[in-house]
Design a binder for this molecule. Structure first.
Ligand code: 5AD
Ligand code: SF4
Length: 452
């Protein structure tokens, strides 16, 4: 999300006479786009700001702006830091050009918006085009998971006008991109209607909305995520389509059928479970049970055989017992996730959990449980990768592999990183790769003829 937001900022600035540079030492202005999701993320930013403060001592003309979630959360506290000249929250980037050039503009803009989606801003993705791009389709979140700070720092959920999404993706395709990842905190609640229907989606009609609500060629207005996904996939069979993140309470079969009906929608779903214990899920305000989650997994397996599933897990949430933790491990075994992102609980100020529950699982217990979750996931990821050995996958070539210049890396539709000798393939091409071996993190293979 921050990569995507930084591309919006880069466009706003490059349209106003600023130029992006490659090396920190060459910059006259540095922006740091921040994340508040866990305390560690914030600590790293504070460390970076201390470094910038030292750089400013030697070079007083250097300027520094803090963008993103920490800007919303810490405001004046950040402005008081010796490194910081501007503090700009995620919905205020349009103010940036005016702020940079002016000594009278306020140095801080952090108000959250009910409507800002930057729909009309074409993200700046660098001079040399890439292969895979992020496309933000919605902003904010209305879910209020008890541990999560996102709704407070990124604001209410709002969906971006589908016409601008499709236009942006068409541009990407003609610019040489071959893959898009549609981004939202909870893509399954994507919902957009023309003005007349806005209320039915829970939107307040926006008096200032100047969006061009044309009727698309086929007369259908895409209002749901499944419809948007189908329209994006229909742009071209040359384009691979991914998306993230799904919420188990909102992921309906219509999305799974849309995926099944389009070979160019990658067969991978990121479906964060957070915990396997119903007690924890209730306390986390996730609004599904373990049984309901498993039913969604069964639907994926039924409608999309071969689809990989990844997840997020949190260890040591408030009052988590050994039995709750064991339930997380058993759910992982039951689902056999292909990949996972795993964290120990980090209390965030003002969240539901911080206000209502004690952060009472000792740090060493949180970490020990997290290590157990990681060890199990390593086994599951390795088993998932081993099951692919001998199979042939279509891989989009993304660039040179880190291990050797004679090797490329890319990802399978199932979202597994795959490395293979270049042969005569090129970046941006789709190649067929037979998997010959693997680690828990990577598939290794060789290019084969499509019919081999
Ligand atoms: N502590 C630990 N992990 C968190 N996440 C969100 N908030 C917290 C927190 N306070 C994790 C969740 C989410 C992922 C993006 O970050 O697992 O799915
Ligand atoms: Fe946070 Fe929950 Fe929203 Fe995800 S769905 S961003 S975890 S509040």
């Amino acid at each position: 999300m921050n990569v995507s937001d930084s591309e919006v900022v880069a466009r706003l600035l490059s349209d106003n006479g600023y130029r992006k540079c490659e090396h920190l030492e060459d910059a006259r202005i540095i922006f740091v786009n921040t994340c508040s999701i866990r305390e560690n993320a914030e600590k790293r930013v504070m460390g970076r700001l201390d470094l910038f403060a030292r750089m400013k001592k030697k070079d007083p003309g250097l300027k520094v702006g803090v963008l993103g979630c920490m800007a919303t959360r810490l405001r004046e506290q950040l402005l008081a830091h010796p490194a910081v000249d501007w503090v700009v929250g995620p919905d205020s980037y349009r103010h940036l050009p005016g702020m940079l050039g002016s000594s009278v503009a306020a140095p801080m803009e952090v108000k959250l918006s009910l409507t800002e989606t930057y729909a009309d801003i074409k993200p700046f993705r660098g001079v040399n085009h890439g292969i895979s791009a992020f496309v933000t389709i919605m902003r904010g979140c209305n879910n209020m998971c008890a541990y999560c700070i996102v709704p407070y720092v990124r604001g209410r959920e709002r969906s971006r006008d589908p016409f601008s999404i499709i236009e942006e993706i068409r541009d990407l395709l003609s610019g040489g991109f071959r893959e898009v990842t549609l981004l939202g905190q909870n893509v399954n609640s994507y919902c957009w209607t023309p003005d007349s229907d806005r209320d039915s989606c829970g939107f307040e009609p926006d008096q200032d909305d100047k969006t061009d609500h044309r009727t698309p060629e086929n007369g259908q207005v895409p209002v749901t995520f499944a419809q948007l996904l189908e329209r994006v996939a229909g742009i071209s069979p040359m384009l691979r389509v991914r998306y993230t993140t799904s919420h188990p309470k909102d992921m309906q079969d219509d999305v799974l059928h849309a995926m099944a009906g389009h070979p160019n929608i990658c067969k991978h779903i990121h479906l964060p479970v957070q915990s396997g214990s119903n007690n924890m899920l209730k306390k986390m305000n996730r609004r599904y049970t373990r049984e309901e989650y498993l039913e969604r997994i069964a639907a994926i397996r039924r409608i999309l055989p071969g689809c990989t599933i990844s997840s997020d897990m949190i260890s040591g949430f408030c009052s988590e017992t050994e039995e709750d933790h064991a339930q997380t491990l058993s759910l992982m075994e039951e689902v056999r996730f292909d990949q996972a992102y795993m964290f120990h609980y980090s209390q965030r100020p003002n969240t539901l959990a911080a206000r209502h529950y004690k952060d009472d699982v000792p740090e060493d217990v949180k970490i020990r449980r997290l290590n157990e979750i990681i060890a199990l996931q390593n086994r599951l990821s390795l088993a998932s990768n081993w099951a692919d050995v001998g199979k042939v996958f279509e891989v989009l070539v993304e660039g040179a592999s880190k291990r050797s210049n004679d090797w490329f890396f890319g990802r399978t539709g199932t979202n597994k990183v795959c490395v293979f000798p270049k042969a005569d393939s090129k970046v941006g091409e789709s190649v067929h790769v037979r998997v010959t071996s693997c680690t828990a993190a990577t598939l290794k293979g060789e290019i084969v003829n499509e019919n081999q």
